[in-house]
Design a protein around this ligand. Sequence first.
Ligand code: NAP
Length: 250
Amino acid sequence: MQRFKDEIVIVTGAGSGLGRATAGRFASEGAAVACLDLAEDAVRETAEKIGAGGAKAAAYTTDVSDADSVGATVSAAAADLGRPTILINCAGIGKLAHSHEMPVDEWQRIIGVNLTGTFLMCQAAIRHMLDGGRGVIVNIASNAGLIGQPWSAAYCASKGGVVMLTKALADEYIKSGIRVNAVAPGGIETPLQGKFGVPEGANIKRLLKITSPWGNATPEQVAGCVAFVASPEASYMTGSIVSYDGGITL
Ligand code: NAP
C-alpha cells in the first residue's frame, strides 16, 4: 500500500515507542516524514533507519511544550520537506503519584507536554494546512482520557483534554478541509510504561481495570490504526475518538 505517497507527515515522539513505529509506518507507505522528539540521538536514529530503507525522513530535536521550539521546528520541516499535510501527535509523558502529594510542577510538566504540546503542534501545523486547503491530524489520547484510574490525575486530565481538544479543532476546521481525530490506545509495549512508577503504598491491583486479557498492543499494531485514521479510507471521519485498547473501556 502506498496510501501516503506525496504526503509530508510530522510525527512527534518519533524517537521511541509508538512515535517511532508510526514514523516507520508512514514512510513505508510512501510519505516523507519529519521525525520530532526531545531525545536527539533517538530521533536521529529513527530518521536514519527510515532513510536507510529508501524513504525520505529528517530528524528535529524539539520540545513540544515550548511554543518557540515548535514554531521553529515546523517551519524548518516545511522548508526541508514541503508543506506538512499530516500531523501525528505521539509525544507524551506520565508518572503515577498520590494526588495529595504531587508537586505542582509535576502536574504542569505532564499537562505541558501531553495537552499544551499537542495544542501547540496542532496550531503550528494548521497554519500550513490552511494554506494548502487540506490536512489530517491524529492526536494520541489514551484510555486514561476516557475512564478514571488511580494516581493519574495529571495524566487522565491531560488525555481527557486531548479528547476535547480533538473534538473542538475538528469542529472549528470542518469546513477548511482539515480532519482531526484521536486514537486512544490502552497498554502499548513501550518504554513509557516503565516510567510511570508506582507510588509508595499503592495497591497495584487497582490498576487491573486497565489491563486487557489480551495483554499489551505492540507499537506497530497501534501505528496501523493511526495510519488508517489518517488515510483516505477514513475520509468521512472527523472528531472521532478511536479506542484501540483490548477492550478495557468496554
Ligand atoms: P515513549 O516510548 O516514552 O515515547 C514517547 C516519546 O516522546 C519519547 O521519545 C519521549 O522522549 C518523547 N517526549 C517526551 N517529552 C517530549 C517533549 N516535551 N517534546 C518532544 N518529545 C517528547 O512512549 P509511547 O508509549 O510510545 O507513547 C506515545 C503516546 O502514546 C503518548 O502520548 C502516550 O501517552 C500514549 N499512550 C501510551 C500508552 C502505553 O501503554 N505505552 C498507552 C496509552 C497511550 P523521552 O524519552 O526523552 O521522554
